[in-house]
Write a protein that binds this ligand. Sequence first.
Ligand code: ADE
Length: 228
Amino acid sequence: MRIDILTLFPQMMNMFFEESIIKRAQKKGLVEVVFHNLHDYSLTRYGSVDDYPYGGNAGMVMAVEPLANCIEQLQAQRPYDEVIYTAPDGEMFNQRTANELSLKGNLIVLCGHYKGVDERLREHFITRELSIGDYVLTGGELAAAVMCDAIIRLIPGVIGDEQSALSDSFQDGLLAPPEYTRPPEFRGWRVPDVLLSGNHAKIEQWRYEQAIERTRQRRPDLLKDQEN
Ligand code: ADE
């Protein structure tokens, strides 16, 4: 998979992708993340890519032409499955979105800024608008990093034990059951007997029941989603 990230702050993004699991995934050739500094596509002498909004609103708007140029240059080199725009008014990003996007070949992610982008960009270039939550960040970089992290870790081979990605919270629409490790008893608090029993069928059944119970207590909305 290849992800091209269009941003005003490539250094900020770089820091995140140069560490740990995401860095290893790139080294292993499982994913290639390429940053593009939007200032390089500026049409002004000052490197700016924003302008005043028509109609005299407060704030600045990212201009259509430099961003369109950047996207079209990339699209001339290879086909892209999605051109994603990070925006608080986008569709909510969740585990289902991460699963779906982890199966794609090439993605563009445009990090929004200021008051947003010229609407013509959204109409003619963006194929998917995604939000990471009902709050407003200063820019789309953190949102893009969150989404890329959730997507990349699902690519087969990225995390060592593939089973562990499959048993994540949300992966089957349920929260994950509790986990324990040694010692079997600490200050009188014992690990549930069933986990020490060696009976795999019983353990699976226990995990499933715990997952249901935890979801019912903490996120009953997820169970309702499953009914639909
Ligand atoms: N940009 C600003 N706030 C955002 C959010 N909540 N999700 C995605 N992009 C954003």
